[in-house]
Design a protein around this ligand. Structure first.
Ligand code: ADP
Ligand code: MG
Length: 225
């Protein structure tokens, strides 16, 4: 069983006559419990790759399998359902809802999934406690530091126990010490829950702490080291 498979994925942006090939014959396998770093210069297609893996963009060719399930011919409704149940996302900016508290932000995806408020609150509090935010449950994002906000975003991404966590430069907006701390939390939560992770980062120190490193070259995914 694999968490994620990309098979000959192609993504081409067309603007008038011009064609920009971002991905072509891109192949990648991520297994359960594995953390893979995606390290490549700006503009090479990291976000495009994560959007395709996250079923947010449809590739122009090839197949994306999530948990072994092919997704190319799924309806929009089934893609959305798969995205909600199997995938978690973390972005460079936290995108927390500013009027909700930390615990309410982490309750939100669970309530959308149909859990009752008491269960959702208990699980949100447990995860936030696990990543050191027990004393910050009732703070709004504006009352939290950048690192704390990003940890809440990570808790929100994993609270429904997805199969795969996709993170797009999750510490790109943080200073080095905070970045290190947030990344350590991310690693421990991924390892503890046997999630798989695909993490785009410019930070080579963080990349080295993951299980594997890949890059994008001429539209293809290549192993590094
Ligand atoms: P990265 O995340 O590695 O910085 P992106 O995946 O965001 O790279 O972008 C890869 C390339 O595709 C860039 O040259 C970018 O300008 C281009 N691109 C991204 N999204 C679009 C789009 N919606 N339309 C046209 N070009 C795009
Ligand atoms: Mg990007």
């Amino acid at each position: 069983m694999t968490a994620l498979e990309l098979q000959n994925v192609e993504r081409v942006y067309r603007q008038g006559e011009a064609e920009l090939v971002v991905l072509r014959n891109a192949n990648l396998t991520v297994r359960p419990g594995e953390m893979v770093a995606l390290v490549a210069p700006s503009g090479t297609g990291k976000s495009t790759l994560l959007h395709c893996a996250g079923l947010l963009e449809k590739p122009d060719g090839g197949e994306v399998l999530v948990g072994g399930m092919p997704t190319r011919t799924l309806s929009d409704k089934d893609r959305t359902r798969l995205r909600r149940t199997e995938l978690g996302f973390v972005y460079q900016f936290h995108h927390l809802l500013p009027e909700l508290t930390a615990v309410e932000n982490v309750m939100m995806p669970q309530i959308i999934a149909g859990l009752d408020r008491a269960t959702a609150r208990a699980r949100a509090s447990e995860i936030l406690g696990f990543i050191g935010l027990g004393p910050r449950l009732d703070h709004q994002p504006g009352e939290l530091s950048g690192g704390e906000q990003q940890r809440v975003a990570i808790a929100r991404a994993v609270v429904n126990a997805p199969r795969l966590l996709l993170a797009d430069e999750p510490t790109g907006n943080l200073d080095p010490a905070t970045s290190d701390h947030v990344f350590t939390m991310l690693m421990s939560i991924v390892k503890q829950s046997r999630l798989a992770g695909l993490v785009a980062t410019h930070n080579l120190d963080l990349a080295r702490r993951m299980d594997r490193r890949v890059t994008i070259r001429d539209g293809k995914i290549e192993e590094m080291d």
